[in-house]
Every structure is written in C-alpha cells, then in structure tokens.
Design a protein around this ligand. Sequence first.
Ligand SMILES: Nc1ncnc2c1ncn2[C@@H]1O[C@H](COP(=O)(O)OP(=O)(O)O)[C@@H](O)[C@H]1O
Ligand SMILES: [Mg+2]
Length: 274
Amino acid sequence: MSAPAPLLRIDQIEVAYHRVITALQGVSVDVHAGTIVAILGTNGAGKTTTLRAVSGFIGLDDARVTSGRIVFEGEAIENQPPHRITTRGIVLVPERDKVFPNLTVAENLEATVTRPGSDRRGLIDAVWELFPALTRLKRRTAGLLSGGERQMLAIGSALVCGPRLLLVDALSQGLAPRIVDDIAERLRQVRDRMGVSVLLGEQNAELALSMADHGYSWRTVALYWTARPRVCVSMPTCRSFIWAARANDAAIARSNSIGAAAGGLDDAVSCASG
Ligand SMILES: Nc1ncnc2c1ncn2[C@@H]1O[C@H](COP(=O)(O)OP(=O)(O)O)[C@@H](O)[C@H]1O
Ligand SMILES: [Mg+2]
C-alpha cells in the first residue's frame, strides 16, 4: 500500500525578495495530517520565509516563490494571497504583530474570521478551554499581556479561523522555559484533540525535537553542536529527522527511529565539521 499523500508538500521551493535576493533554495518539507513537524535553524536560516511562503504573506514582503511548488491537499497554492490560503485552512501565527494590541482578549477572538463550514462558537469555546489563563484575562487589553499570554492569544485566534494546518513561527522566542513547555503541551492537545497539524519554525532545537513527530533543518553547524548532547534524550516523539542543506544539497541523514535519528545527527555533525 502506498503512503498517504502529505497534507502539505513544500517541494524544492526557491523564494526571492524584491526580485533579486534569493532567501531560500531547494527547500522541501512534508507535513502529514495529524503530525507536528519542526523546521529548525538559527537566525536567517529561512524559517520565517518558509512559513510566510506557505501562508502567502511573503507577497506583503515583496517576495515570491520563484520556483518549486507548495501543494496543500493536492492543490498548488504558491503565490496565492493570504486570505485565499487561510480559507483553505492554513493559518499562520506570525513571529511579530501577533495580536490586536488595542482590543481586549475576548475582542481579539471575536475579531477573527472563521472559515466557512467551521463551527465558530465551538472553536471559541475550545480556545477558552485550551487556555484557562486567557479566560481569566478576557477583558484585559491585549497590549498589556505578557509575552506568554500574547502567544497563547495568537494561537487561540488562529484556532478560531478553523485551521487544518497551523503554522507557528518562533514559538519560544522571548519566553521563559516554563511558559514554553506549557504552550508546547497545548499544541500537542491541538494536534491530538482538534486534529490540527502543526508546522513549527523554531530556533530552540531541544524544544522542537521534544514536540515534533518529524524534524527538518538547514545546515547550521553551531546549532548541531549545541543541540547534539541533548538530542538523544529530548526526542521522545520524533520519528524521523531530515538534515538537509539550505541550498539544494541532498538530504544527508534520514532515519526512522529515535536511535537512528540521533545517529543520523552524528553523521550530519561529523560531515559538517569534517
Ligand atoms: N524583507 C526581506 N527583504 C530581504 N531579505 C529578507 C527579508 N526577510 C528576510 N530576508 C532574508 O531571508 C533570509 C531568511 O530570513 P528569515 O526567513 O527571516 O530567517 P529565520 O526566520 O530563519 O531567521 C535571510 O538571509 C534574510 O536576510
Ligand atoms: Mg524568523
């Protein structure tokens, strides 16, 4: 029996800003339904560009997918405007400008447009249940929230859209480890209870690999040196890890078990350092 087609397939995309600056080349990522997938990389690796390419927001940054394909549920979606992509069920939690700062928490959820066919009331109730901390802050102006509360509200607002695939950029950025662990657990519940798939762009390798079913990274030797000692113990869920260079090199390590995945990283590290 052949494997089911992925929900999302990013296939060898190239992205250029302002028609001249190539930010990504040869990037391929698959996200299967019901999984959390992590893209790892240090600053400038292309995580945000990848997530904004999938969500269509690169158009607002004067960037385009100049080659390759992005296929969602069997249909090509590259270079479509964000509202069309959101309507298909792909919703971005951006790195910046996550919430409407002048609206209250409750108003932020109310201001979110729900996809046709989704149960808006049910989604809002699910968000209150998922984030009890937000329920206690319903009337708080979003601009006064802490970083963690703001991240929860951003994820909550994205869920009110009724996504099939949630794109979360820089989940842990600027947040205390305890808060990050809590939000990570909520995202697992989003996958398990709401059936929403998640694609993370994340600098914190330990966090990403502790959450993800599958991981991808671009060549960033320093990241591996810091991540490697912990990878073996912090990959309870990661079934495969694909280490690929940023610029179209073949994947170097691909494996299907935790032990082999850690071994694959060893190979990647020795390959990159030697
Ligand atoms: N608006 C922009 N204009 C030109 N280049 C950009 C722009 N945004 C990002 N880039 C470039 O694209 C590359 C990838 O950046 P980015 O996707 O932000 O990486 P990450 O999110 O992994 O830190 C970097 O070289 C960055 O300088
Ligand atoms: Mg980024």
